[in-house]
Structure formats: structure tokens, C-alpha cells
Design a protein around this ligand. Structure first.
Ligand code: SAM
Length: 307
């Protein structure tokens, strides 16, 4: 392993954070013969030091690394001083390429499966390959590590006891609203992956379909400009309308349905509260959805209250 610029060597962070002993007796990366199989390895989502020693052991030991983009994975490998055989496997890979990989393992090779960042198969390729490997009764194991959804949930300030991962919502408004509608009654926190150009439209659809819930936008996790912005969906909409499209990678978390709506508060009270932050149309839609009452009647009442 090269000594200079090595991610495990830093003046500010000791390898294991265990005090003096860590410096005297640091863990060594072990290159050992591997059992044939697929090793699903989580890799950093920004900070290159977010990788486990076991992931490094396996990366240095496997016969082949398959990844979405050899340039991205090549950077990670060279940061740790590894030179390994790499092959592209991504969403465009076909049945034949998958079958070749299955044969590679069936004939005794060990294969690491990586995505560009985070945990493979989580909004990333790998599912079909794992299915095929299981069907062929090949060895498959997962090395846990970085992913964007869980740190976003941790930092959101929203309840963590129950949550649902929605992955990427559809890019078009009508499909996105329909997808969100399916989650409207879910009691836990919702987690969505998003991109800068679609953030504002998504937040607007979320407010429309789910009501003006507590939410958070987490950006550039583990990177230099990591940011967590929390508030009602309406606050976030105002912020990103004023500031414009944010840069970088984004996770949105949304709190459970508004407590006042769930607690059986009178429709009039719910509407009044919603009208404090929403237009008549949005408030009527949210309350109609939350209560299951006819939209037209709620809209008429909202107009009266809002005037
Ligand atoms: N497999 C990855 C995982 O385990 O989280 C997710 C890959 S998915 C193709 C990429 C999306 O993950 C981004 O669009 C963003 O929503 C989220 N993401 C990845 N890295 C992130 C980061 N550093 N900060 C915030 N979100 C991130």
C-alpha cells in the first residue's frame, strides 16, 4: 500500500479512533484466498474514508470486481493502492453478460459487486444478478457499509422508529403524484432519493398529495458541503424557490401525516390550520385527502374560511 495520500493515513483521524494503541498496532488489510461467490460491497457516498476494513480485505482478495463505471471504481481502488481486474456491470447489462458472470463464479472465481457509490442494489444495479446467483445456489454475501438513505434519516430530525424507502420517484408530475398517493396513509417517515433539477417539483407534489408535513432535504452527505435543511414542506418550497436549484446529491425525508389531521380534529379547524401556510386549493386538497371527505364540499368551506 502506498504511504502518501493514503485514505487510512491521516494526521487528524486515527485509523480506529482507539487512542495510542491504534497507532502502534493498526489493523492490516488482509489478502486471502476467497470462497467462490458474489461479494456485495458498500462503498463511500462521498468521503473515501467511509469504507470498512473488511471491504478492503475482500477488494484486495477477489478475482474480479464488477462495477457500474470503471473510472469511478478505479479512483476508489487507486486511493487504497489496489490494482484489480474490473468489468462493467450496470443497468444496460444483458442476460448473456449476467450468465457469463454466473459461470465465472460457478467455475470457482470470487467476484466483488460494487456500484458507483453506497450499497449495491439500493437504487442501483445488482438485483437480477443476485436473483440468478441464488437460483443457481451460488454463494452470495453482503458487506454492509455506506448508503445515503440511513444517514439522511438520522439527520432529518424525523421519527426513526418506522420508515419506508421509496427510492427515486417518477420524473413526471402525474406519475409522481400517483406514486406518492400510495404512501399517503403510511405511518412512518418516508425517504426518497432526488436530484437537484427535480427537487422543487417533487417538494410541491409532496405538499399537494401528502399535506404540509415536516420534512428535510439532505444534500451532499459525508462531503465538504454537507447540508441538512429541515422544515414544513411549504418552508422548503419557499427556500428552494428563492435560492434556486441546489447542486449535488439529495435525499428528501418526509414526516408522518400531520398529527392534527390524524387526531380527528374538526374539519374546520384542520382547514384553518392548513390555510395558514397553504393556498385555498392546496388546503382543501390536503384536508379532503386526509379525511376522505368530498373534495368539493371541503373546497367550498375552505373558500369561505379563506376569504
Ligand atoms: N446505492 C446508493 C445508496 O446506497 O444510497 C444510491 C445510489 S442512487 C443511484 C444515487 C442517489 O442516492 C442520489 O441521486 C441521491 O439521491 C442519493 N445519494 C447518493 N449519495 C449521496 C450523498 N452523498 N448525499 C445525499 N444523497 C446521496
Amino acid at each position: 500500500m502506498p504511504q502518501d495520500n493514503h485514505p487510512l493515513k491521516s494526521d487528524t483521524q486515527k485509523p480506529l479512533g482507539t487512542g495510542g494503541n491504534a497507532r502502534r498496532d493498526p489493523p492490516q488489510i488482509k489478502t486471502t484466498p476467497m470462497k467462490p461467490g458474489f461479494y456485495l460491497i458498500a462503498t463511500p457516498i462521498g468521503n473515501l474514508r467511509d469504507i470498512t476494513f473488511r471491504a478492503l480485505d475482500v477488494l484486495s482478495s477477489v478475482d474480479l470486481i464488477i462495477c457500474e463505471d470503471t473510472r469511478v471504481t478505479g479512483k476508489l481502488l487507486s486511493a487504497y493502492g489496489f490494482k484489480k481486474k474490473m468489468q462493467v456491470y450496470n443497468d444496460h447489462s444483458n442476460e448473456k453478460q449476467r450468465e457469463n458472470l454466473i459461470e465465472t463464479v460457478a467455475t470457482g472465481q470470487s467476484v466483488a459487486v460494487l456500484s458507483d457509490a453506497g450499497t449495491p442494489l439500493i437504487s442501483d444495479p445488482g438485483y437480477k444478478l443476485v436473483r440468478a446467483a441464488i437460483e443457481r445456489k451460488l454463494y452470495v454475501t453482503a458487506l454492509p457499509g455506506p448508503n445515503a438513505a440511513l444517514p439522511a434519516l438520522q439527520l432529518s430530525g424525523l421519527p426513526t422508529d418506522q420508515f419506508s424507502f421509496l427510492g427515486f420517484l417518477p420524473p413526471k408530475t402525474s406519475a409522481r403524484q400517483a406514486a406518492l398517493q400510495k404512501w399517503a396513509e403510511t405511518s412512518g417517515t418516508l425517504i426518497c432519493y432526488e436530484t437537484g433539477p427535480r427537487l422543487l417539483d417533487s417538494l410541491q407534489d409532496m405538499r399537494k398529495v401528502l399535506g404540509n408535513r415536516e420534512a428535510a432535504v439532505m444534500r451532499e452527505l459525508t462531503k465538504m458541503y454537507e447540508e441538512a435543511r429541515r422544515g414544513k414542506l411549504s418552508d422548503l418550497i419557499v427556500h428552494y424557490t428563492e435560492k434556486g436549484q441546489p447542486k449535488g446529491e439529495i435525499v428528501i425525508t418526509i414526516g408522518r401525516a400531520c398529527v392534527e389531521v390524524m387526531s380527528g380534529e374538526s374539519i374546520e379547524k384542520q382547514l384553518k390550520r392548513a390555510l395558514e401556510t397553504m393556498s385555498v386549493r392546496d388546503a382543501a386538497e390536503m384536508v379532503a385527502q386526509a379525511t376522505g371527505k368530498p373534495k368539493k364540499a371541503i373546497y367550498t368551506l375552505a373558500l369561505k374560511l379563506g376569504s
